[in-house]
Write a protein that binds this ligand. Structure first.
Ligand SMILES: NC(=O)c1ccc[n+]([C@@H]2O[C@H](COP(=O)([O-])OP(=O)(O)OC[C@H]3O[C@@H](n4cnc5c(N)ncnc54)[C@H](O)[C@@H]3O)[C@@H](O)[C@H]2O)c1
Ligand SMILES: [Zn+2]
Length: 364
């Protein structure tokens, strides 16, 4: 097992990465002062439940815990106020109190939803993250929790840090191939932001990562969580630096919104968005090789690097204007200056953005 720390003073917490860690979950909860007196709630989705819920529940019950469960439908649609209310109903009926914890067992959808339940139930109870997707290396660390609004993603939310993150690599074995690829998109992103060496490690080890080789995954998730932990430790509430984690997300979020949640997975939309950001970088005078390299590496992971032709450019542009990162008439973009180095640029011309969007629709 490897351990990282998200350094936030009194609210610092560990990220445990390793194989088979779920087996010791009851002990780990105990170590973090989550006791057996009050009931706790596991939030998960139907796919994850099928693979792991029974086992996790019986491991905890064997440890003397009383566990309620809320199983939501799989997919982004569960990040809604309606589902939030259903989960809170389960929490109330199970008698969760201020000493209870909400345990997210699943990917980013479950983590974001369960985290917002934890942040809002009785003005906040403790929260534990058990990520089961590759993408969730990102979502499970950092305390951003949210549900979506019909008009925009993640706009109803809070900052609510977990007590700990327990990443059991063994749970990733059951991940569908498309979700694995989408998760790898966001994992390589951590390298594009801050760690050139990691980008080329991923490039060299793409095949091992795609076949979910345990050793490769453990290394990559450790590095990926480390980048996230470092950035969050320096800027918890996105006063500045944390925004760099949004590389590819301005265009990516707009594509997700226009496609209707579902056509593009989050990581897929972000892959296209990263190519977009790299092309904007070239317009700002940086080398064109950044875009070519970004694209080559993402293609190696079988990720989409073009906007589906049927998507309307104006709809994409207006979705970007709703994006929280659009401010004061200028578009804010995270721009790669090199592989492994980015800047926050607040003066990106929307004309250029439109050109890049159109360009990404045209070629194959
Ligand atoms: N809070 C943050 O900082 C942050 C950061 C990045 C992304 N996100 C959010 O994360 C979400 C995407 O997360 P995701 O890609 O993990 O999606 P997800 O949670 O929908 O999981 C993807 C799919 O895999 C299934 N699944 C999960 N674990 C599995 C397993 N071990 N075996 C088999 N199937 C499994 C799920 O049921 C789902 O169908 C988005 O809503 C995004 O906004 C949040
Ligand atoms: Zn993301």
């Amino acid at each position: 097992m490897k351990k990282l720390t998200v350094d936030l003073g009194e609210r610092s917490y560990p990220i445990y990465v390793g194989e088979g860690l779920l087996n010791d979950l009851a002990d780990t909860l105990g170590k973090h002062q989550i006791g057996t007196k009050s009931p706790h709630l596991i939030v998960t989705d139907e796919n994850v439940a099928e693979h792991y819920l029974e086992r996790v529940q019986s491991l905890l019950e064997a440890g003397g815990y009383r566990i309620a469960t809320a199983v939501v439908a799989a997919g982004e649609k569960s990040k809604s106020l309606a589902v939030l209310e259903e989960v809170i109903t389960v929490a109330l009926e199970a008698g969760l109190d201020r000493n209870s914890a909400v345990i997210a067992l699943g990917g980013g959808v479950v983590g974001d939803l369960a985290g917002f339940v934890a942040a809002s139930y009785m003005r906040g109870v403790r929260f534990v993250q058990i990520p089961t997707t590759i993408l969730a290396h990102d979502s499970s660390v950092g305390g951003k929790v949210a549900v979506n609004h019909r008009l925009a993603k993640n706009v109803i939310g809070a900052f609510h840090q977990p007590e700990f993150v327990l990443y059991d690599i063994a749970t990733l074995k059951s991940l569908p191939e498309r979700d694995a690829r989408a998760g790898l998109s966001e994992l390589v992103k951590e390298g594009f932001i801050l760690d050139r060496e990691f980008v080329y490690w991923c490039d060299t080890n793409a095949e091992r990562l795609l076949t979910l080789d345990s050793e490769a995954l453990q290394h990559a998730l450790y590095i990926g969580c480390g980048v996230k932990a470092k950035v969050v430790s320096e800027d918890e509430k996105e006063g500045g630096l944390r925004a760099i984690l949004n590389l590819g997300h301005t265009i990516g979020h707009a594509l997700e919104a226009v496609a209707g949640y579902g056509e593009l997975l989050h990581g897929e939309a972000i892959a296209i968005g990263m190519v977009g950001a790299a092309r904007l970088s070239a317009k700002l005078g940086n080398p064109e090789t950044i875009a070519a390299e970004t694209e080559r590496i993402l293609r190696k992971f079988g990720l989409p690097v073009r906007i589906p032709a049927h998507m309307d450019t104006d709809a994409i542009m207006s979705a970007m204007m709703h994006d929280k990162k659009f401010s004061e008439g200028n578009m804010v973009f995270i721009i790669p200056k090199a592989i492994g180095d980015v800047e926050i640029n607040k003066n990106v011309s929307s004309v250029w953005v439109k050109e890049v969007v159109e360009g990404l629709k045209r070629e194959d």
